[in-house]
Structures are given as structure tokens and as C-alpha cells.
Design a protein around this ligand. Structure first.
Ligand code: B3K
Ligand code: ZN
Length: 889
């Protein structure tokens, strides 16, 4: 295994200006002719040309039309005797590959008799020999030839310039991409597909054709993806002045895909999960995920494609920025401010439940990593979600208009080139020369170089005689692998002060001439800093880190009364929610840390009363209520503990849920009855929120029924399951029955399967629900093993594999962490089995035990043994090898 290091970056010895690719598509043996025009890079000392290749059969190499000498160094094609001097020369390479045998789904592969490609990060080398690195940008012309009956639709990047018939029932299509691109953005698709089409006119009057390609039976599930695409085009032009730069923009859906989607230039390829939706088959969550993923891939057209990454260490340059853009897009589509806050809370929840653990575990790495063995392992929540938070902090420091100016300068400077995270930060700072970002730029960039989640400890002291309140903020960051010591970060702290009645107080620092109302941002740059606020008649309650203004852990010793006050009154909806989470977390941790068996009723009257008040609140949104009433996840609770007994965490959270269900029974009845009917299905934030709250109420009522033997609510849930008008309500009803272990659940599951047995994405939900079900006496693992033997289970299909295996190993801690270690054994078997088929998917699964060192015995030793069993295999992929090696280090 070779470690790739950021500091070793060197520019390429050759440039590739043009590429002409010709494909004779055949599932068994596809022939590829690659004709490139190259020239030596005048800035680099003369050296051999080394082309990347993987799993290729090499047939012929021609230089300027004549045979030449070459050799293979492993899988690298080495050409030593190329023409000297600066003149461009032609290099033609003939290879073949076997798409049908490609189970990794990298390079050219076949899914349901259709050809697809996936090239990012290093899949193009599985199609032809190439300089497979993002800083080599070329112009592409692509000719596809295939059997016309089996592959009537032939697509590649750019514009279709020619098509026609060939002898023997074959046909061809020729595509020219007008934009230079790195090879990871190359794509082709060939098969039987149909398209929903829409013509749109941009602000400058140019017309564009938008297409969403799917299999013939799926046309009735393409409207939402198309609407999301149109909204994305409009938004990027309105918010950032970035137009669509292509005559035609295509999205194609495939059911076999390693991740969510891929932003290939003009030809985005999507997992069906992020395209197909109608009200009968998709939930509100699916609808909103489709909107953000369609937006995300579209926004990459500028942030990623027009300006791309110099090397893969700069991945967050495009990913962090594009996640930030898709988050902003989703927020801007919300009509109400409260819906924006709901989106922010959801994003922060992902960051804290997935990225914070990553940052504290064996795979911790900076947003801009320093080294990797397998780049596919670094498409992480750190690069994506923490990367987006870093971009968000820049916007906080320069303001919304300043951020737009920074984006403009970034494109003026770098359009058409491959650049670094430093280049982005520099453009932001240079466009805002008098901002805190410009003043603090070198220190701010520690967010790119230092891994780990900073801890900010806040302490407040009120001086009654001086009528002042001094807030002292102390920042620190625990060591991470390879980084023992951290320098202080630049941390924007948005805050306000409340009085005892919950009213917002004006803020005034000692040197300010006047007080200022509302939220103010302060920038913490030192290890310890104090801020003194004056003219305060009594001790205020600080509302800190409003809107989650920085990706840090905030520690403040709030009293319960202060948290209850913030929950009831804070003007910042994020911190209102946060106060409720802190109250719940405190109760969970107390019950977990207490001696003896888990208490039956861990919640006190004050907390229950507060939840009652939120639930019945006359003006709060249903979506917001649902978030407040949802307890912190087991994963999030576990992260707060030094030593984790996962069964105890599970038992405590379940006890809390049951208590909430029983104590607020009448409120849940009220919530269900008043939110359950939404009329015609529309996936907008208001009706989505109502369905979410009604769904939660129903699951609480079934849970209460489980405790008190009531049959009415399970009966109502079953009825709801049968006559629901949309998938959200139907699935919530089913989940309520399954989640509370109702006898009716089995019958409902069987009906659900019968109803949707031809809908792959719905079957994924059916599998996932069972694999993720609340464990009762160890019943989930045997159920999961039965699901693996189900005729509809297919390990090769990543969505299906994830729906069973990941739902169990990564999303069901109560079922997975078994004292008999059987969950870990199951995990190690599946990692090894999947690794032989698809290393990328296997490596994701391998990370399910990342946090094993925190586990209490007997879990800790059993987990280590399971990881060691995987690591002991001689034939592991680099992907899985890197993950398990780091886990054991
Ligand atoms: N850029 C792709 C991810 C590619 C992952 C390769 N292992 C999707 C996205 O982030 O938009
Ligand atoms: Zn992306």
C-alpha cells in the first residue's frame, strides 16, 4: 500500500489538450480507442509519460500513427521514447474492458442492461490509460457505437453533433463537450431509457433543454426531480449570477450506484433514490433529499466543474462549498423563516451525529487531508459537512453580500482551472479586504489544516455593583491521529442575552457608545478571551452560538431553569431547540451514570411540562415541534460519554421515550387528530411538518399502547396504514406498528411487501425498517439474517445492501451491540463478503466500528477481535485495509 501525501504534489509532466474516445459497447468486451493530443509541460523537467490504468486489456499503442515502444510498470503504462521538444503529438491507445464483470461500479459498468460510468475519483483509468488526475483538463469528443435495439439511447457529455445507423443493426452517436474538463467528469450512458423534457430560457435569453432519463416504467416519478432542477437553475442565477453554460443538461437515474449522485459535466448520473418520487412511493424525506441532491449536483457545474480541484486533497474546495450551496438553496426555497430554522437544525443534527464522532475517532482528518491510502475513503462527513460549515463561517465573517463578492472574484480568477482551498479562501478575503476574514486569514485557515472538534467553554460572572456581565470563552481541541497539539481557531460566536422573563436584552460592550439589539457576532481567536457587557440590571441568560455559528462543542453550565427559559423564549429558534436537547441529554446522562438498573421514569415533571407546552404551543410550527420532541439519538448520547455501555444507553433512551409517550398521552392524541389530514399531497415544508408531527404522535401512541395493553391505537395505526393517501403517512403508520412491537406489525409488513414488490426503492424501506427496528430481547439479528436469505435481497445492489446491513450495523446500536458479540461477527462476515464485490461499499461498512475504543467491556474486546479478524485477511482491498488499520492503530 502506498500513502499519497499532499506535500508531494507535483504538476504533470505532460498536458493532454484533446481526447477523442470511440467506444464499441458490448457488456462482455467493450473496445475503447483513445486518441489524445499531448504536449510536454514546459515547466517540468523532461521525463517519461506514465499513464494510469486499472483492469484494462491493452491491445495497441501508436505515437503519431506509428508503433512505439512501451512497458507496463504494474498497471501503469510507461512511454519513454516520446518525441522531444514542445510540439504536440498524437497518442492512440486501444484497450478492452469487461463492463459486465465490473461489480465495483467504478469505471464502465452494466446495470439492468444499461451502460453507466462512474469516474470520480479514479475510475477513468478503468476505461482507458490516462493521466487520471484532476489538474489535467482536456476537450473531449466521444463516439459511442452499440446495438440499436438493445441500446437505443446513447449519451455522453456536452452536445450531440451527429448520429446515425451502422451495419448489423448497430448505430452511433457523437458528442462534443464544449468545455475542458478533468477526466473524473467524463460520463457515458447507453440503454433503453425515456426522458422527461423541459425547455427553459435563461436571463440572457439563451434556451436550454433539461432532461431527466429513467427506465420506461418510471416516467411517473420524474416530475419532482425536474422541478428541483428548474429551481436549481433559477436559484444559482439569482443568488450568485451563475448561469447554465450548456445547451443541454441531463440527469440519468440508475439503481446500481455507490453513492448519491455524480456531477459529470452536462450528464449527471444519479442513484434512483435521489431522482424517483411520487406521493405513492416516496416519503417527505425522499422528496426533500431529491431537491437537495439535484441542487447539489447542478451547483457543482460551477463549483467543481468550471473551477475544479488541483488534487484530491482539495476535495472540500468543491464538496464543502457545494454542500453549503445546496443547504442555502434548500433554505432559500422555504417561504417561512421558521422553515429555514428547521433545515438548519436538521443539518446540524447530521454534523453532530456523524461528523463529530468521525472527528474524535481513528479516521479523524482535516477538512483538507494531508495523506491518504485510498481517496475513496475521504469522501467523508468531514470533507463535506464540516467543509460546508467552514464556508458558512466565511459567510458569517464577511456577510452575505461580501460572500457573493468573494464568489465573483473566485470565478474571475480561476474559471477554467484546477485550484486549491487556499485559492478560495484568498479570493474571499481579497474581495472583503476590511473584513475579519481578511484580518485573520492565516489563523482562519487552521479550519482546513487541523482536525478535531474544538471545545468552547463559556463562563459568565455577573457583577451587581458594576451592573456588568463578563463572559469568558476558553477554547481547546483534543489531539487527533498525527496532530497532538492544536493552535486556537477563529470561532464566530453569534449571541444574545435574555432577562429572567426571557426578553431579549440590548448588548453593550464597555467601549461601545450605544447598546445594540438582537444577535451580535463576536470572533474568538485566542485560547481564552473575555467580553464584558454593561448596563445590565440583573444577571442575564446568555444565548450562545446562535444558529450554530461554528462547528464546535459549547459547554456552559446552564441551570435547568435557564434552559427552560431559553426553550420557552429564545428569539433564536436553533437555540430554543438546543435548550430542549440539553435538558433531555442531561436527564439521559444522569440515568446512564446512575448506579443499579435503569430507572423506569428518567424524566421529571419540569421537562414533561415543557414538552407539553411545546407540543400544544399555538404558534410554533409542527416541524419544529417534532424536532424538539425528538430525543437526542443514541449515537449522540454515546459521544458525550467516556465509556459507553450501548445497551444501557439504549435502555435509558427507550425508557425516556416510553415515559414521554405515556405522560403526554392526551397531547399525542390531540397532535395526531389535529395534524393528520393534509388534503392533497404536497411536499412543502408546512404540510411535511404536519405529517412529521402526526407520524411521531402515532408512533408515541402505539408505544404507549405497548406499555398499557391498549388495542385502540394499534388498530388505528393499522387502519391508517391501509388507507393512507401517500407513502409518508403509510410508512409512518407501518413504522409505528413495527417500532412498538405490535402483533399487527407482521401482517402489515406482509401487506406492504405485496403492495410494493415491484418498487425497488420501496422494498429498500421495507428491509431497512426491519433491520433498524427496536431490539426486543435480541430479536433483530435473527431477523436480519432471515432478510439476507429473502429472495428480494441482493448483496450486489448497494441500495439493498445498505438497506439491510447498514441499517443494522450503523443505525441500530441497540440491536447491533450484543453482549454475545454476534452483531460484530455478522459485521465482519459482511465486510469481507462485500469487499470481494465492491470495496467502496465494504469500506463504508467497515467504519461502523470506528468508535470501538469507547465501548465498555465485553463490547470493547469483542469489537477489537472482530476488526482484527477482518484485518487478518490477506486479500483485502486498499479501501478496507486503510479503515481497519487505522481503527486498530
Ligand atoms: N462528487 C460525487 C462523489 C464521488 C464519490 C467518489 N467515491 C458526488 C457529489 O459529491 O456530488
Ligand atoms: Zn458533491
Amino acid at each position: 500500500t502506498t500513502v499519497v501525501r499532499r506535500e508531494d504534489y507535483a504538476p504533470p509532466a505532460f498536458w493532454i489538450d484533446t481526447v477523442e474516445l470511440a467506444f464499441d459497447l458490448d457488456p462482455v468486451k467493450t473496445r475503447v480507442l483513445n486518441k489524445m493530443r499531448l504536449r510536454r509541460n514546459p515547466d517540468v523537467a523532461a521525463q517519461a509519460l506514465r499513464l494510469d490504468g486499472e483492469d484494462l486489456n491493452l491491445a495497441r499503442v501508436l505515437v503519431n500513427g506509428a508503433g512505439c515502444s512501451f512497458k507496463l510498470d504494474g498497471e501503469t503504462l510507461v512511454l519513454e521514447n516520446l518525441p522531444e521538444g514542445q510540439d504536440p503529438f498524437d497518442l492512440e491507445i486501444f484497450t478492452t474492458c469487461a463492463p459486465e464483470k465490473n461489480t465495483q461500479l467504478m469505471g464502465l459498468y452494466v446495470s439492468q442492461s444499461t451502460f453507466f460510468t462512474q469516474c470520480e475519483a479514479e475510475g477513468f483509468r478503468r476505461i482507458t490509460y490516462f493521466l487520471d488526475r484532476p489538474d489535467v483538463m482536456a476537450s473531449y469528443t466521444v463516439t459511442l457505437r452499440a446495438d440499436k435495439a438493445r441500446y437505443p439511447v446513447l449519451l455522453s457529455n456536452g452536445n450531440l453533433v451527429e448520429q446515425g445507423d451502422l451495419p448489423d443493426g448497430r448505430h452511433f452517436a457523437k458528442w462534443v463537450d464544449p468545455h475542458k474538463k478533468p477526466c473524473y467528469l467524463f460520463a457515458l450512458v447507453a440503454g433503453q431509457l425515456v426522458a422527461r423534457e423541459q425547455r427553459v430560457v435563461a436571463r440572457n435569453g439563451r434556451e436550454h433543454l433539461l432532461q431527466v432519463y429513467v427506465r420506461p416504467g418510471d416516467m411517473d416519478k420524474t416530475e419532482h426531480a425536474m422541478n428541483s432542477l428548474i429551481a436549481s437553475v433559477v436559484w444559482d442565477e439569482a443568488r450568485f449570477g451563475l448561469p447554465l453554460d450548456l445547451e443541454r443538461f441531463m440527469i440519468v437515474a440508475t439503481s446500481d450506484f455507490n453513492m448519491g449522485a455524480m456531477e459529470n459535466k452536462g450528464l449527471n448520473i444519479f442513484n434512483t433514490k435521489y431522482v424517483l418520487a411520487n406521493s405513492a412511493t416516496a416519503t417527505d424525506t425522499d422528496f426533500s433529499n431529491i431537491e437537495s441532491v439535484v441542487g447539489h449536483e447542478y451547483f457543482h457545474n460551477w463549483t467543481g466543474n468550471r473551477v475544479t480541484c488541483r488534487d484530491w486533497f482539495q476535495l472540500s474546495l468543491k464538496e464543502g462549498l457545494t454542500v453549503f450551496r445546496d443547504q442555502e438553496f434548500s433554505m432559500d426555497l422555504c417561504a417561512e423563516a421558521s422553515a429555514r430554522a428547521v433545515k438548519r437544525i436538521e443539518d446540524v443534527r447530521v454534523l453532530r451525529t456523524a461528523q463529530f464522532p468521525e472527528d474524535a475517532g481513528p479516521m479523524a482528518h482535516p477538512v483538507r487531508p494531508d495523506s491518504y491510502v485510498e481517496i475513496n475513503n475521504f469522501y467523508t462527513v468531514t470533507v463535506y459537512e464540516k467543509g460546508a460549515e467552514v464556508v458558512r463561517m466565511m459567510q458569517t465573517l464577511v456577510g452575505r453580500a461580501g460572500f457573493a463578492a468573494g464568489m465573483k472574484l473566485y470565478f474571475e480568477r480561476h474559471d477554467g482551472s484546477a485550484v486549491t482551498c487556499d485559492d478560495f479562501a484568498q479570493a474571499m478575503a481579497d474581495a472583503n479586504p476590511s473584513s475579519d476574514l481578511a484580518r485573520l486569514l492565516p489563523q482562519f485557515k487552521r479550519w482546513y489544516s487541523q482536525a478535531g472538534t474544538p471545545l468552547v467553554q463559556a463562563r459568565g460572572v455577573y457583577d451587581a455593583a458594576a451592573r456588568s456581565y463578563t463572559l469568558t470563552l476558553t477554547q481547546s481541541c483534543a489531539p487527533t491521529p498525527g496532530q497532538a497539539h492544536k493552535e486556537p481557531f477563529v470561532i464566530p460566536v453569534a449571541m444574545g442575552l435574555l432577562d429572567a422573563q426571557g426578553a431579549e436584552l440590548p448588548l453593550q460592550l464597555a467601549h461601545w457608545s450605544q447598546p445594540e439589539a438582537g444577535t451580535r457576532s463576536f470572533v474568538l481567536t485566542e485560547a481564552v478571551e473575555s467580553f464584558t457587557f454593561i448596563n445590565l440590571d440583573s444577571e442575564p441568560v446568555p444565548s450562545l452560538l446562535r444558529g450554530f455559528s461554528a462547528p464546535v462543542v459549547l459547554d456552559f453550565d446552564y441551570s435547568d431553569a435557564q434552559l427552560l427559559g431559553l426553550l420557552a423564549h429564545d428569539s433564536d429558534p436553533f437555540n430554543r431547540w438546543e435548550a430542549g436537547q440539553r435538558l433531555a441529554l442531561r436527564r439521559a446522562l444522569n440515568a446512564i451514570r446512575a448506579d443499579g438498573p435503569v430507572e423506569r421514569d428518567p424524566l421529571d415533571a419540569a421537562y414533561l411540562e415543557a414538552m407539553h407546552t411545546v407540543l400544544r404551543h399555538p404558534t410554533l410550527d409542527a416541524a419544529f415541534k417534532e424536532l424538539v420532541l425528538t430525543l437526542p439519538s443514541e449515537t449522540y448520547i454515546a459521544e458525550q460519554l467516556d465509556v459507553v455501555d450501548p445497551q444501557r444507553v439504549h435502555a435509558v433512551r427507550e425508557a425516556m421515550r416510553e415515559q414521554l409517550a405515556l405522560a403526554l398521552h392526551d397531547d399525542w392524541v390531540w397532535a395526531y387528530e389535529t395534524h393528520k389530514d393534509n388534503g392533497a399531497y404536497r411536499p412543502d415544508p408546512v404540510s411535511t411538518g404536519r405529517r412529521a408531527l402526526a407520524g411521531m404522535a402515532l408512533s408515541m401512541l402505539c408505544l404507549a399502547a405497548h406499555g398499557n395493553g391498549d388495542l385502540v391505537w394499534p388498530g388505528k395505526a393499522y387502519q391508517r396504514f391501509k388507507d393512507a393517501g401517500n407513502m409518508t403517512d403509510r410508512f409512518n403508520a407501518l413504522a409505528s406498528l413495527v417500532g412498538s412491537g405490535q402483533p399487527l406489525a407482521q401482517d402489515a409488513l406482509a401487506r406492504f411487501h405485496a403492495m410494493f414488490r415491484h418498487e425497488a426503492l420501496v422494498l429498500d424501506k421495507w428491509f431497512a425498517l426491519q433491520a433498524g427496528a427496536t431490539d426486543r430481547g435480541g430479536n433483530v439479528l435473527p431477523a436480519v439474517r432471515r432478510l439476507l436469505a429473502h429472495p428480494d435481497f441482493h448483496l450486489r445492489n448497494p441500495n439493498r445492501a445498505r438497506s439491510v446491513i447498514f441499517s443494522y450495523c450503523s443505525a441500530n446500536p441497540g440491536g447491533f451491540h450484543r453482549a454475545d458479540a454476534a452483531g460484530y461477527t455478522f459485521w465482519s462476515e459482511r465486510v469481507i463478503e462485500l469487499d470481494a464485490i465492491n470495496p467502496q461499499v465494504a469500506a463504508r461498512l467497515a467504519r461502523a466500528l470506528d468508535r470501538w475504543k469507547k465501548l465498555a467491556e465485553p463490547y470493547r474486546s469483542a469489537a477489537r477481535e472482530a476488526i482484527a479478524r477482518v484485518a487478518a485477511r490477506p486479500d483485502l482491498s486498499n479501501d478496507v485495509r486503510e479503515v481497519v488499520t487505522r481503527a486498530l492503530a
